[in-house]
Design a protein. Structure first.
Length: 301
């Protein structure tokens, strides 16, 4: 984040900011709140992976974490049935968040990471919440895994249940330490962890995993808050979809501000009273509509 970005970011209601800015740009990060005291800032964390080599520049926290795990806790790197590292995203090393992760010095990876974040990142008052990338409740779709590193591959159902338990424990540690007012969001649409997570991000709406608009919107309405991301040719559809419900934020791609015309419309609709916000209706032609003030929002999935 550079100084010129602050004014642009501060015009929004919610910002998801990489944790490295706490070390690289603390002055700009704090200036966001001065420009817009109402802005809610979520700390972006990818607790699913660490960087491989070469580690990108200007990532002091990520560099130290990767070096520490590689040198002191290599057993926490996720392995397949042949003992080889599991790769989900090229250039990254996937970590074992399950509760079958080997215990080293009294720690599994999920417990270690929770404590590291609480002590070194989330204790800073600039954060209103935490945004977890790759917040999965099942990972068996990636491939075979040996979670406890006993040279025996776990069954898919066992992998997913162990993963769920490990992540659930991680979330419990964060929630217990930070309290109910601290926001926790996750990337990946799922109905799991609802007792500990406030909302979900629907990346590349209607999401990469779920392409059915109707299924996605039904799941989205089950959360207190969702973030609907518009990209490419789906941008207008995603924007209008976010206006059909009252629990959605709208965002663009990474490092892209919401266009002025969309921001103006959002700010206009936010001023409407409850009586001026119509109910969502379904039409015989397969479209969905909702009246907001004098305007009718329409989506044709």
């Amino acid at each position: 984040m550079e100084q010129r970005d602050v004014t642009i970011i501060a015009r929004h209601d919610l910002a998801i900011v990489d944790l490295e800015n706490l070390f690289n740009n603390p002055q700009e990060l704090r200036r966001l709140k001065k420009v817009n005291p109402g802005l809610e800032i979520l700390c972006y964390v990818n607790f699913f992976e660490v960087w491989g080599n070469p580690i990108p520049e200007f990532r002091p926290f990520g560099t130290k974490l990767a070096n520490t795990i590689n040198s002191q806790f290599p057993q926490w790197l996720l392995k397949d049935g042949e003992g080889q590292p599991v790769v989900f995203y090229e250039g990254m090393k996937t970590l074992n968040l399950s509760d079958l992760c080997p215990v080293i010095s009294g720690y599994t990876y999920s417990r270690y990471m929770a404590e590291i974040l609480l002590e070194n990142i989330l204790d800073d008052k600039v954060w209103d919440g935490l945004f977890l990338d790759n917040l999965y409740d099942e990972v068996s779709w990636i491939g075979q895994m040996d979670l406890d590193q006993d040279s025996v591959v776990e069954a898919k159902t066992a992998v997913d249940f162990a993963w769920y338990r490990g992540v659930d424990s991680f979330l419990s540690n964060i929630r217990d330490a930070k309290g109910k007012k601290f926001l926790i969001f996750g990337n990946h649409l799922s109905l799991f962890y609802k007792d500990k997570v406030d909302g979900r991000m629907l990346e590349e709406f209607p999401t990469l995993a779920h392409h059915d608009w109707n299924v996605v919107m039904r799941m989205a309405t089950q959360w207190p808050i969702v973030i609907i991301q518009g990209q490419g040719e789906n941008t207008a559809m995603a924007f209008n979809s976010s206006l059909l419900v009252d629990n959605a934020y709208f965002c663009m791609g990474n490092n892209i501000p919401v266009p002025e015309i969309m921001l103006a419309k959002i700010n206009q609709f936010k001023k409407l009273s409850a009586k001026q916000r119509g109910k969502l209706t379904y039409n015989s032609d397969g479209s969905y509509q909702r009246r907001l003030g004098d305007e009718i929002i329409t989506v044709r999935p």
